[in-house]
Write a protein that binds this ligand. Structure first.
Ligand SMILES: Nc1ncnc2c1ncn2[C@@H]1O[C@H](COP(=O)(O)OP(=O)(O)OP(=O)(O)O)[C@@H](O)[C@H]1O
Length: 291
């Protein structure tokens, strides 16, 4: 039987908004870019700039304990939204709160309740998975033995073999490093985990291990998960609700079945096409060309 893991930090329970992990209302974030090929300062002064509405009047709520997915093609605003949620960026307008606390006024408090996992996670690459997790445990004030046990258990559940636990990260595959990034986020039992493309670049077996683990985390931790993905199957099988984002706007938000019913479709590809007029495979191909 799996046992609930206690969380060292919990958000306050007394507020009415407590049931919402995320409350996002009419949030906007605009960037100003130089137009392609016009990077010279003289062009900048001549006004050859482009305003990008990376997040455009976005409103949604995420309930505590939910797995919420943000599905969209390249450049649709997913990373910007994740950076807003993790307080790395501030909204230009609108209101955004995490467990009832405003991201502009309570950044420090919020940072204790969130843990962001991204492909570019910064690690000590010369250290092993175990050493990295031990370091994270110490950073979050876990007793040494508890930290070590939790690290071992997490690595085991993620399917990382014992003989790889003490190998320097730089000698592990990218997929394996990604698993360790997720493992590190789970060391602190955060209440809001932001997973930025959690399984991109993983082989099918590792992908299944990670997805299985994410589901398990939901049953054993007091956690809420907000994940971005390109993977429609992943969104459908993992997420309680999915928001489809295109050009900074959320075009639909519902359960996977609700989204299909909305447009009378039997696949998420068709849902995306019906809502945006774009072919999903083409949107992903554009992404590969941009990358
Ligand atoms: N710091 C920045 N300065 C200028 N423009 C930016 C900046 N960050 C993002 N953008 C632009 O905002 C838009 C949304 O970008 P964002 O990275 O949020 O999209 P995404 O959906 O995460 O894409 P990807 O799947 O490639 O990560 C894009 O047009 C991008 O070029």
């Amino acid at each position: 039987m799996t046992q609930a893991i206690s969380t060292p930090e919990h958000p306050p329970h007394h507020q009415a908004v407590d049931d919402f992990a995320i409350h996002c209302q009419h949030v906007n974030k605009v960037f100003v870019e130089t137009v392609e090929g016009s990077r010279r300062w003289s062009n900048w002064f001549r006004g050859e700039r482009r305003v990008v509405k990376a997040v455009n009047d976005v409103s949604f709520t995420v309930k505590r304990g939910e797995i919420f997915g943000l599905l969209g093609p390249n450049g649709s605003g997913k990373s910007t939204l994740i950076r807003l949620l993790s307080t790395l960026l501030l909204p230009d307008s609108g209101t955004l709160s995490i467990f009832g606390k405003d991201v502009v006024r309570h950044q420090h408090e919020i940072r204790r309740w969130i843990n962001r996992v991204s492909v570019e996670a910064s690690f000590f690459k010369k250290l092993s998975a175990m050493e990295n997790l031990r370091y994270a445990a110490r950073l979050y004030g876990l007793p040494v033995e508890e930290g070590e046990n939790r690290a071992m258990e997490i690595l085991r559940r993620l399917g990382i073999r014992k003989n790889k636990v003490h190998t320097p990260l730089e000698n592990l595959s990218r997929g394996m490093q990604q698993k360790v990034a997720i493992a590190r986020a789970l060391m602190t039992s955060p209440v809001l985990i932001l997973l930025d493309e959690p399984t991109t670049g993983l082989d099918p077996k590792s992908k299944r291990d990670v997805q299985k683990y994410v589901k398990e985390v939901m049953q054993t931790h007091d956690a809420t998960i907000f994940l971005t993905t390109h993977d429609m199957e992943e969104a459908e099988s993992l997420c309680d609700r999915i928001a489809i984002i295109d050009q900074g706007r959320i075009v639909a938000l519902d359960t996977p079945d609700g989204l299909k019913r909305l447009v009378g479709a039997d696949s998420m590809e068709t849902v995306f096409f019906e809502l945006t007029g774009k072919d999903w495979e083409e949107a992903l191909a554009d992404e590969d060309m941009d990358a």
